[in-house]
Design a protein around this ligand. Structure first.
Ligand code: ATP
Ligand code: MG
Length: 267
């Protein structure tokens, strides 16, 4: 479980990228953090993995306070795939890239090879192990980045804008992978996204605006707050707006309404 209490963070003495953010993320859940550009999503994710030290407030991961002493232990529990997979491709080839994080673990060569193969297969990139980054599509790079994070075998995975650079097919593949990680491997997943239809598939949503947590709940609860979302520059896609509209009408057939919700969650 992740517990964040009154977390504030400033990059300079004059800004407040995060303001008194409090939230809880349950073990095994899939939570999406949504918000407009600059609302503090990536800053929050970097605080959660201990890359940025909060100006104020505390973070607990599985009851362990995130501080300098506990950081090595916390890093074993929580991993991140950063916003731009191009910036984080550090290996010469896919194989080296997936292995990168493992290299500090002093594993025997064959164990390392096995892990790289296992996680490459899990993301469907086993036929690309010797390819260089420029030979890969955006979606493939994203999957390699996810494999590299998965190889660290942490229970919690943060994916920052994992689908924003992908076409619909690439997006669908990542969604399937996330569902598998969450349901079959029981990983806690935190996705950061602008895409409300994608966010709607998670268990809970947290909405950030100007560094503040202004709204949270199940997707149905959050999407009902259309005016608040709009004021945060988050526009509901047509299908979700239609769902809201129809759900307000007592004459709407409930089976049809539920079917529309399910349809909205199938990309
Ligand atoms: N390295 C930095 N130095 C100074 N200010 C920064 C830095 N990184 C982010 N900021 C500022 O902090 C605020 C929050 O930025 P952050 O990147 O967390 O937002 P975000 O919600 O992830 O945005 P996006 O949707 O564009 O990825 C913004 O005002 C941004 O300009
Ligand atoms: Mg960001």
């Amino acid at each position: 479980m992740i517990q964040v209490n009154d977390l504030s963070f400033s990059y300079t003495p004059h800004d407040e990228a995060l303001r008194k953010v409090s939230l809880t993320i349950d073990e095994g859940s899939w939570v999406s953090i949504i918000g407009h550009n600059g609302s503090g999503k990536s800053t929050l994710s970097k605080c959660l993995v201990g890359l940025l030290a909060p100006t104020k407030g505390e973070i607990y991961i599985d009851g362990l306070k995130l501080d300098e002493t506990n950081l090595p232990l916390i890093r074993k529990k929580i991993g991140i795939v950063f916003q731009n997979p191009d910036n984080q491709f550090v290996g010469v080839t896919v194989k080296h890239d997936i292995a990168f994080g493992l290299e500090n673990q002093c594993l025997p060569h064959d164990v390392m090879q096995e892990k790289v193969m296992h996680y490459a297969k899990l993301v469907g990139m086993e036929d690309f192990l010797d390819k260089e980054p420029h030979q890969l599509s955006g979606g493939q790079k994203q999957r390699v980045a996810i494999a590299g994070a998965l190889a660290m075998e942490q229970d919690i995975l943060i994916l920052d804008e994992a689908t924003s650079m992908l076409d619909p097919e690439g997006t669908r593949e990542i969604i399937e992978l996330i569902k598998y990680l969450n349901t079959a491997l029981n990983k806690t997943i935190i996705t950061i996204t602008h895409d409300l239809a994608f966010a709607g598939m998670s268990d809970r949503l947290i909405v950030l605006k100007d560094g503040m947590n202004i709204l949270e709940g199940t997707p149905k609860e959050v999407f009902k707050e259309e005016a608040l979302l709009k004021s945060s520059h988050l526009d509901l896609p047509f299908g979700l707006a239609l769902y809201n509209e129809l759900s307000l009408d007592p004459k709407t057939d409930q089976t049809l309404l539920e079917a529309l919700w399910v349809f909205n969650s199938t990309m």
